[in-house]
Design a protein around this ligand. Sequence first.
Ligand code: CO
Length: 235
Amino acid sequence: MNKSYQKLIRGNQIYSETKVFQDPEYFKNLAKGQKPDYLWIGCSDSRVPANEITNTQSGEIFVHRNIANLVVHTDTNLLSVLEYAVKYLEVKHIIVCGHYGCGGVLASMTNTYHGFVDNWLRNIKDVYYKNEEELMAIHNKNERANRLTELNVLEQVRNLAKTTIVQEAWSHRELHLHGWVYGLQDGLVKDLSVIHNGQQDIDSIYRFSFNGEKVKIPVKKSSVPVTKLPLKKTQ
Ligand code: CO
């Protein structure tokens, strides 16, 4: 049997001993409970570990990761993590962090069949389809993938803002949603400078009313021509 997994056990012993050496109370304090300020929604990619790339410690970031950092409004796993983080841990910031060179994004740009995962990546294909004009104008394939990575993060931040969980929090407190992209090449985070702070940042049809107040939904001019129906003759 391949015993390479034992490297992890040995690594853990070194980790534990080092922490206790630096601060004998380290684990005792951590065991008391957690009060992280941040929820991180990132990619499962082994090269983008939330704590390590942000130079933070255990207890500072609540983490959810999936392939290509997607926020799917029917994903019970993500919604449970989100509700717990927002309602009970009362995190102040939620960060959706994508990364350049994301295998999920690259796979979504091809017509290759990969298996079940293609149903998951379909969400990124929808982002591509929505932004096809902009993406088709970028001729360099890598640059196009990089832009899709950014557009995907922006879409997932919007998806986050549309959830009842985030909006319910907004009805009585501050909560900030951020979109970042991490560079595997230089280890640096690019802040996409998109911050959602409240319901004004989402289209009105997605807004929920929590205080019995009416949500104003402006009538949008439809791009589809309205067919004039013949009026019924009344007697
Ligand atoms: Co990825």
